[in-house]
Design a protein around this ligand. Structure first.
Ligand code: 5CA
Length: 172
């Protein structure tokens, strides 16, 4: 099974991710789960891992330009921290349409690399605490496993603190 073809972007969604990984000498095995991996929770359940080890590939708009934040599934992203990292005065979550326009992928399958245009990438430092993390591979049912350091290297990502602080009662 392969991802649905997306017009004008050359190959299926999964093929584009596979090609981008190969171009960065990132050796990955893309695995498809019939139960779906649309959200971090879905992906964690399918893979049999924790949400903390799922990579959310989230598009934000920083002073009008799209950027990509690779966040741990355990975290909400603090846009003020992202603004500081980027050096932007205004950062907001991209809409579903803007995400698709910037990356060439639909929400639920947005991968960390292989986008139609290169995006500046920022990596949640919490991901580096795990030996292996799992990222979307272009569709809402495909992921690949990768060492987080390799992911940061392959995406040219800047590692930093992007996580919203937990609420005062410590509940997550
Ligand atoms: N495949 C999974 C795990 S790898 C995945 O893609 N997770 S994700 O977190 O990167 O993608 C889902 C995210 O898309 C949600 O966390 C949310 O931030 C964002 N999202 C969902 N619906 C919308 C929407 N309507 N507009 C903008 N962003 C959305």
């Amino acid at each position: 099974m392969t991802g649905a073809p997306e017009a004008g972007d050359g190959g299926s969604a999964i093929d584009r991710v596979r090609a981008a990984c190969a171009a960065q000498r990132l050796v990955v095995e893309i695995i498809e789960y019939p139960t779906g991996t649309r959200t971090a929770e879905d992906a964690a359940r399918a893979v049999g891992t924790t949400v903390a080890q799922i990579v959310k590939s989230l598009v934000f708009v920083a002073d009008g330009a799209p950027i990509l934040v690779l966040a741990s599934g355990a975290h909400r992203v603090d846009v003020r921290k992202v603004a500081r990292l980027v050096g932007a005065s205004r950062v907001e979550k991209a809409s579903a349409d803007a995400t698709r326009e910037a990356t060439g992928f639909a929400i639920g399958g947005v991968p960390p690399l292989g986008h139609r245009r290169p995006l500046p990438v920022f990596v949640d430092r919490a991901l580096l605490a795990h030996p292996i993390v799992y990222a979307a591979a272009g569709t809402p049912r495909a992921v690949f496993a990768v060492a987080p350091g390799e992911l940061a290297r392959a995406t040219g990502g800047t590692v930093g603190d992007v996580a919203e602080e937990p609420p005062p009662d410590g509940a997550r």
